[in-house]
Write a new protein. Sequence first.
Length: 217
Amino acid sequence: MNKGFMLVCDGSNGAGKTTVIQGIADYLEQQGFDVVLTREPGGTPIGEKIRTVILDPSTPEMGSVTELMLFGAARAQHVEEKILPALAAGKVVISDRFDAATFSFQHYARGIDLKTITTINELALGGFKPDMNIILDLDPELGLTRVNQRGEGLDRMEDEKMEFLHRARQGYLVQAQAEPARFSVIDASQDKQTVLNACLKVVDSLVAASRQQDNNS
Ligand SMILES: Nc1ncnc2c1ncn2[C@@H]1O[C@H](COP(=O)(O)OP(=O)(O)O)[C@@H](O)[C@H]1O
Ligand SMILES: [Mg+2]
């Protein structure tokens, strides 16, 4: 059995996460991997209920600590109920956003101090870390244009000021610089196929590492 691994696709709204994840999943399934697609906030029945509360554009008054703890609560359930069991069964988990988003949005953009963010994230993760974060890097203005073209309306996070979204983008780049072994930044302004191909190169290295581990065990 192949060893499971977890890949996260993260980055700005409209950067192409959902688009690219489908291509990655098809690619891995063709190689015989059992792929579990999931997302944050959400991924479990409880997490999806929390997602509705977090993203509801009719409640812009949500406080930043409330928001942080709701993300944390959804993540704790996600790790325990879905991610760890899938990895233990040798599956590949691909998540649309994960803990790096909390650093970017709640710390770098929202301004909650790093110690509080780390405490909540560590509590939710319980020592777990995804193997790789692909950061689709895109100017938020272009991301917003894409989201508008998608024609689904804006959720509460997408409806933030441009300056907030620029800071969140910076948050991802800072994390990637600090931890290059677990982050790959991809220029998401390129066409869909070029972006997907860049992602698949990262996936190839993850597959190779998981086969290597498998041979060693
Ligand atoms: N590389 C790309 N170039 C142009 N448009 C793209 C690209 N990737 C995705 N899109 C389009 O932009 C919109 C947002 O993409 P999506 O995958 O939903 O982004 P996200 O999940 O990151 O918010 C969709 O309509 C999608 O078809
Ligand atoms: Mg999406």
